[in-house]
Design a protein around this ligand. Structure first.
Ligand SMILES: Nc1ncnc2c1ncn2[C@@H]1O[C@H](COP(=O)(O)OP(=O)(O)OP(=O)(O)O)[C@@H](O)[C@H]1O
Ligand SMILES: [Mg+2]
Length: 219
């Protein structure tokens, strides 16, 4: 559960609180989520994770970025990928260029090692979305994506995906099926119960492994 402690914090400091203020209670909450994920991994390995939510603006990007930072600060080799090929924003969170990224690797215009940005945060690397394609779901469902997944899994301890809302884009269902586990973000003020249940149903139908729910902006 991530409580909303952002009220008096300037907007620019909100998104990467785990990096900007690792000693805050909020950062501690993200570490708790990581610990829970690590406990879940004892029996079965959950190394590729997808973070989604039922609808728009519920905190997917904020959550995945902070989970990636938390893992990296614990010494893990992490690749954070912007799998939201419709409305990408990970590059904004990390203030990165988005000229080359996931889509360019998938269509063969770049290789992974050229496309990833190494950050100053431990061994955290970021793969931004790249150019916005006209066929995001086809790219996500492609053999190139599956090949890239297995390539990335060999190189990193954890792969974390940001993605579009599960109720709005088929890409998310496809990616959820490819990943070891899914974390669903629900927003205290924005997500209605029916939508949360519908998201759960869709993820189950996609044979995704739902590891847990993050209650964001809990008041
Ligand atoms: N716990 C929180 N407290 C306060 N503000 C938050 C919190 N989580 C997210 N926000 C803010 O809410 C807005 C939407 O968050 P974010 O971009 O993470 O959502 P999203 O689900 O990725 O949105 P989209 O569906 O557009 O991709 C951002 O301005 C973000 O800074
Ligand atoms: Mg987002």
């Amino acid at each position: 559960m991530v409580r909303n402690l952002f009220n008096n914090v300037p907007q620019r400091k909100k998104s990467l609180i785990t990096y900007l203020n690792p000693n805050s209670i909020l950062s501690d909450q993200y570490r708790t989520i990581i610990t829970n994920l690590q406990f879940a991994s004892i029996e079965q390995s959950y190394r590729s994770l997808l973070i989604t939510s039922p609808g728009y603006g519920e905190g997917k990007t904020t959550t995945v970025a902070n989970l990636a930072v938390s893992l990296a600060l614990q010494g893990e080799k992490v690749l954070l990928i912007d799998g939201d090929l419709r409305k990408p924003s990970i590059h904004d969170s990390f203030k990165l260029e988005n000229n080359i990224g996931l889509t360019n690797v998938l269509i063969g215009n770049a290789v992974l090692s050229e496309a990833v940005h190494q950050t100053e945060i431990g061994r955290l690397a970021v793969l931004t979305s790249g150019s916005i394609p006209h066929n995001p779901s086809e790219l996500i469902a492609s053999q190139a994506m599956r090949d890239l997944m297995s390539n990335m899994q060999k190189q990193y301890d954890y792969i974390l995906f940001d993605c579009p809302p599960v109720l709005n884009a088929v890409d998310t269902k496809i990616l959820a099926n490819e990943c070891d586990g899914v974390v669903l973000v629900v927003n205290n003020g924005k997500t209605d119960k029916e939508k949360a249940l519908e998201a759960n149903k869709i993820l189950t139908a996609a044979r995704a492994s739902l590891l847990g729910i993050v209650l964001n902006e809990f008041k």
